[in-house]
Ligand binder design. Structure first.
Ligand code: HEC
Length: 302
């Protein structure tokens, strides 16, 4: 009898632990599903839902220039998912995507030996790794992005770190992205510290900042589907999955954090150093919001 009670209580304790372990992402899951729900509703029928979602958009534009019935996978296209004119240009550009040169440069960098005879292959034996990035390193207690992991590998092997955001680092990121195409993004929140990092990223995203007192969400959640000068604003959902992007404006590949800098400026906010704690937590939040969607980077953007 006694052993039965002991066994039962061990069972209860064990299942309680599992419950707790499984709950670090409970709020994040609610956030993710609510975002999907909002975006699907918003882009189901922009004409019929004008009063709710697009009150300032002229009706004839909604009628002629907007796609409807967007599916989850359409959100990988950013603003090209709904903006029919921009989609046409995007489809044409994709016939000869300019990033192929960056991807092959990235592959060369992956295979090039460091001075110590090792190479990136020793750190990343399989280049198809982006489905699990960024991740929370439970020993270090911080978010590890692919950019940070690339430079950690270099430093560990006695090489100088690369500049973040563009150039060689973005090209290697582009090669990893290309090899990871089709993987389902699976960012995890393994413990309480990771949940804290997620919450910090979320808070950053929804806080008004800069001289314009706008939040990221002003433009990419509530504002998604609207125009800012000549630009159509892309939805938060699906933004993570296609990075790094080849921007025509940059004439090169750039990482997601390079975009953060530009958007901070859009807000009238002083940008941070790439790979700052804020930017990594922000990237963790953005990635989590697109969990469950496939990866399709690199991609092209205006
Ligand atoms: C004043 C409006 C505005 C604000 C505020 C803003 N952005 Fe943007 N953002 C843009 C515009 C315009 C673009 C280019 C068009 C597009 O893809 O949305 C863009 C593009 C992006 C992209 C690239 C999307 C893609 O598909 O390639 C990301 C990622 C992004 N922003 C993140 C952020 C984050 C994070 C914040 C908050 C720190 C932020 N933005 C704040 C206007 C804004």
């Amino acid at each position: 009898m006694f052993s039965k009670i002991v066994k039962t209580s061990i069972f209860i304790v064990a299942s309680a632990t599992i419950l707790v372990a499984g709950s670090f992402n409970a709020q994040a899951e609610k956030d993710r599903l609510a975002l999907q729900h909002y975006m699907l509703a918003k882009f189901k029928n922009p004409v019929a839902n004008r009063a709710e979602y697009f009150p300032y958009m002229p009706l004839h534009i909604l009628k002629t220039q907007y796609a409807k019935n967007l599916k989850l996978s359409d959100f990988l296209l950013g603003s090209y998912a709904y903006d029919l004119d921009a989609r046409k240009q995007y489809t044409e550009l994709n016939e000869f995507p300019p990033y192929v040169f960056n991807v092959s440069h990235g592959e060369k960098l992956y295979n090039t030996k460091f001075k110590n005879g090792k190479s990136f292959k020793d750190c990343f034996p399989n280049p198809a790794i982006k489905g699990n990035y960024p991740y929370f390193d439970t020993k270090k207690g911080e978010v590890i992005t692919i950019g940070l992991a690339i430079n950690e590998c270099r430093v560990k092997n006695g090489e100088k770190p690369w500049k973040y955001g563009k150039g060689k680092l973005a090209d290697l990121d582009g090669y990893f992205a290309f090899k990871s195409r089709g993987q389902v993004l699976n960012v995890t929140i393994p413990n309480a510290a990771a949940e804290k990092a997620y919450n910090a990223g979320k808070k950053y995203y929804y806080s008004q900042r800069g001289s314009l007192k706008m939040s990221c969400a002003t433009c990419h959640v509530q504002g998604a589907g609207n125009k800012l000068r000549a630009e159509s604003l892309s939805p938060l959902l699906g933004q993570y999955n296609h990075f790094p992007v080849y921007r025509l404006k940059w004439q090169a590949l750039g990482t997601m954090q390079r975009r953060f800098k530009g958007c901070n400026k859009n807000q009238g906010e002083q940008p941070q150093k790439l790979q700052s704690k804020d930017y990594r937590d922000l990237e963790y939040f953005l990635a989590y919001m697109s969990n469950g969607l496939k990866l399709d980077g690199p991609d092209i953007r205006k």
